[in-house]
Write a protein that binds this ligand. Structure first.
Ligand SMILES: Nc1nc2c(c(=O)[nH]1)N[C@H]1C(S)=C(S)[C@@H](COP(=O)(O)O)O[C@H]1N2
Ligand SMILES: [Mo]
Length: 393
């Protein structure tokens, strides 16, 4: 047994302890883990909650408790390009630089300086661009490259931190600034023999001044190392790659910026991906066994562009649709929530045997889920209605 594994065992089941700052001290350093061949992800990944892909892990929808709205950190999916770094919060600094600043020398901010700004809480869906990718193969007959996520590369998180616009106003940004490059402190990403440098992605200054956050907390606890401790960027509603973890620097520029994460990856038809599409999932095992009586089917739907307006269910392969009952809308201190919507639907199967359950959501902007998702080789944005098999009787 490697030291890395025993360390994970030690932490197993101590979810409460993991929420605390002191845990950073218990975790092995990157160098120790490299020697041990230890896992990229530090938190426990119990198989009843997660499907483990190595440096990525997805939440099992059948483990989601219908009564719990936000996704606990211990259960949230993880997507690491390399591995989770361990960062000392006492020496941590966020660097803000670039020709878009009033003071050309830039600034370095401590966590304490950031915490002194007005604090906000914002609930938003947190989702990987490739969520649902495996359905390109299993439902549409053509496999896309990348992690074969089912629908669990998503959660809803209650973030707490400061608005990026308040930070930028405090630092001083020029009126002609157009873009911000966020760079992580994790190891450089190397693939196919090419070193692409640290994970980084630019976003428009308009998003910085709209609803972007710098968050140090999820669901009331400190960020876990895997989720960006001690500070991450949050771009609500946008593709997960935009929300850079272990945020090291923000470069504010008066010209457009690019990185491989906006041009080579997370780009469709020449445009960097921004708001996530509409998706839905049942809180059921794949191939669930259902009793032969009326059951309440529950699930959740979400959109990166706005609240969910309607969810329809089909239990006859898409021939007919009926409305699901939606949970009440939510809001928080930073305004209307960007979280998902829970729903429920009472169903009595007409006969025993195999059935397919379909859920299709529409958001407040009228965006909905197609029957077939648009093909792309990297398998982004699988937003088609997923056909969920169950057996009755
Ligand atoms: N620094 C850094 N930030 C990152 C990543 C990463 O590998 N390194 N992965 C991105 C991707 S692709 C996603 S989907 C989300 C995943 O966030 P989570 O692991 O906290 O769920 O983080 C994003 N931010
Ligand atoms: Mo992602």
């Amino acid at each position: 047994m490697t030291p890395g594994i025993s360390r994970r065992r030690l932490l197993g089941g101590t979810a409460a302890a993991i929420a605390g700052l002191a845990v950073a001290d218990l975790l092995p350093t990157l160098a120790e883990r490299a020697v041990a061949g230890a896992p990229a992800i530090l938190k426990p990944l119990p198989p009843e909650w997660f499907i483990d892909y190595g440096s990525n892990a997805e939440m099992r929808w059948d483990s989601v408790d219908p009564r719990v709205y936000a996704t606990p950190q211990a259960r949230l999916f993880v997507r690491d390009h390399t591995s989770t770094p361990t960062i000392d919060p006492s020496t941590y600094r966020l660097r803000i630089l670039g020709d878009g600043l009033v003071r050309s020398e830039g600034v370095e901010l401590t966590l304490g300086q950031l915490r002194a700004l007005p604090q906000v809480t914002l609930t938003s869906v947190h989702e990987c661009t490739g969520n649902g990718r495996s359905f390109f193969a299993t439902q549409q007959g053509k496999a896309a490259s990348g992690t074969q996520w089912k629908l669990g590369a998503v959660g809803t998180v209650v973030w707490h931190g400061v608005r990026l616009r308040d930070v930028l106003d405090a630092v001083g940004v020029r009126r002609d600034a157009v873009s911000v490059m966020a760079t992580g402190l994790d190891p450089s990403y190397v693939s196919g023999g090419v070193d692409y440098g640290p994970v980084r992605r630019p976003f428009p200054i308009s998003k910085a001044y709209d609803d972007a956050l710098l968050a140090w907390s999820m669901n009331g606890g400190d960020l876990l190392p895997d989720h960006g401790f001690p500070l991450r960027l949050v771009l609500p509603g946008w593709v997960g790659i935009g929300s850079i973890k272990w945020l090291g620097s923000l470069e504010v520029s008066t010209s457009e910026q690019t990185s491989p994460w906006s041009t080579t990856w997370y780009n469709l038809d020449g445009r960097p991906l921004a708001a996530n599409p509409v998706r839905s999932a049942f809180e059921l095992p794949w191939g669930a066994q259902l009793p032969r009586r009326t059951v309440v089917l529950t699930g959740r739907s979400w959109s990166g562009a706005g609240p969910i307006a309607k969810v329809e269910i089909s239990t006859d392969g898409g021939a007919t649709w009926s409305r699901a009952e939606l949970d009440r809308p939510r809001s928080d201190s930073a305004g209307t929530g960007h979280g998902w919507t829970r729903w429920a639907y009472r169903w009595t199967a007409p006969r025993p045997g195999s059935h397919e359950l379909l859920a299709r959501a529409t958001d407040a902007l009228g965006r909905t889920q197609p029957d077939v998702a648009a093909w792309n080789p990297n398998g982004y944005f699988f937003d088609a209605v997923v056909r969920h098999p169950v057996t009755v009787g």
